[in-house]
Design a binder for this molecule. Structure first.
Ligand SMILES: [Mg+2]
Length: 407
């Protein structure tokens, strides 16, 4: 029905073994070695990422670290530094953002881009995909796999098709040729259980499922799921790419490896979280009207506290003062033993907001200059270019959770 001119061009960009590749980039002695980023092999932690050398031993994300150790005792186990990976993820996103504002991040290391209609500016979708891979490699010394297709579902499968260093194009007229031979578990929504139910009917591939009567499909899986599966088999997916700058909130949180009760440490971590949130606000040219604090105690009791600001702001100092106020005065009266700490902003205002209340304030001007210098430093040297006054690097003592799974 749809004319070729209306076909969308969707890219899915997925970094290869992201956390492990960053560690190998940062520490040359790890290159070409099996590297496991995650919990210690003696502990209860899981694998957050495994380098391709480790995957050859059967080590995968989300597997207990102790199991990874049994499979590959020679692997080098590295503690994750999620805040650092997040900064590099942002550098990847900055590159993607130069091709189109329609970038939808899925996690730290993957994103969808809708490049429909940007051909005049940046060349065909294929040229854009090639440039993205090249720029990520040259500027960040990291490798990304790219899938190009008329929709998100197909683009995501395509990026995974030839990993690592993959580049897979699914043109509109070759969808069936691409999809039909793939196993049914590649369909979004088909887990282990549905897979074995379908296999009991002799359905192994997406092509098999496509020939399966839709009535049987809906009676087995329910109307909604049945129709969903049927559409996916045909390679149909109408979901739009929703850019990050339309986000309604921004937040960062840290789960500590061990519970923390030292106020100084907690304040320092909170300051760093605020710094990250503030930088993202400014990058999105947004100002926040509400500031939130999230805290989870050792017994998993979780509290969120929020405060509205008199004037929406993107200044680190104003956001910090607001969240510090919540931290000092709004927590329940009980011993402070903290498992998770988070900072967030909501009620985002975009475009021009006039700072009428504070207009001409020289302190405000200084804050703004300070923030812009910090933003430039991070852009150029990454977050490690900043030397926080507290001298505390949360990645030494904490890890963010839950771990994102990588592919
Ligand atoms: Mg990945």
């Amino acid at each position: 029905m749809s004319s070729p001119a209306l076909e969308r061009s969707i890219l899915h960009v997925d970094m290869d073994a992201f956390y492990a590749s960053i560690e190998q980039r940062e520490r040359p002695e790890l290159r070409n070695c099996p590297v496991v980023v995650g919990g210690s092999p003696q502990g209860r932690g899981v694998v957050a990422a495994a380098s391709y050398e480790a995957r050859e031993f059967g080590v995968y994300s989300a597997m207990p670290a102790s199991r990874a150790y049994r499979l590959c005792p020679q692997a080098i186990f590295v503690k994750p530094r999620i805040a650092f990976y997040a900064e590099i993820g942002q550098q990847v996103r900055d590159i993607l953002g130069t091709f189109t504002p329609l970038v939808e991040p899925l996690s730290l290391d993957e994103a969808f881009l809708d490049v429909t209609g940007t051909e005049k500016l940046h060349g065909s979708a294929i040229e854009i995909g090639r440039s993205i891979k090249q720029r990520i490699f040259e500027e960040l010394q990291l490798v990304a796999s790219v899938g190009i297709a008329p929709n998100k579902f197909l683009a995501k499968i395509a990026s995974d098709h030839d990993k690592p260093d993959g580049f897979t194009i699914v043109p509109p007229d070759r969808i069936a040729e691409f999809l039909d031979p793939l196993p049914i578990r590649r369909l979004w929504g088909v887990g282990k259980q549905s897979e074995s139910r379908l296999q009991a009917f002799g359905v192994e591939t997406i092509g098999d499922l496509k020939r399966f009567p839709i009535d049987t499909l809906t009676s087995t899986f329910g109307e909604k799921m049945g129709r969903h599966l049927f559409r996916l088999c045909l390679g149909e997916d109408k979901r739009a790419v929703i850019p990050d700058h339309e986000a309604v909130s921004i937040s960062h949180e840290t789960t500590f490896a061990e519970d923390i009760s030292d106020r100084e440490i907690l304040r320092a971590v909170l300051q760093q979280l605020t710094d990250q949130v503030a930088r993202r606000l400014r990058r999105q040219a947004a100002k926040a009207g509400t500031v939130q604090l999230k805290i989870r105690y050792e017994n998993f009791q979780t509290y969120t506290r929020s405060v509205s600001l008199p004037v929406p702001t993107d200044l680190t100092r104003e956001l910090w003062e607001a969240v510090r106020g919540l931290f000092e005065t709004r927590l329940p009266d009980r011993p402070l033993t903290v498992r998770l700490l988070g900072m967030g902003v909501t009620h985002l205002h975009r475009g021009k907001t006039h700072q009428t209340l504070l207009f001409g304030n020289s302190e405000l001007k200084r804050d703004r200059q300070l923030d812009s210098v910090r933003d430039k430093i991070v852009k150029k040297f990454g977050v490690q270019g900043l030397q926080p006054g507290t001298g505390l690097n949360p990645s030494r003592d904490t890890r963010s959770g839950p771990y994102g799974q990588e592919s």
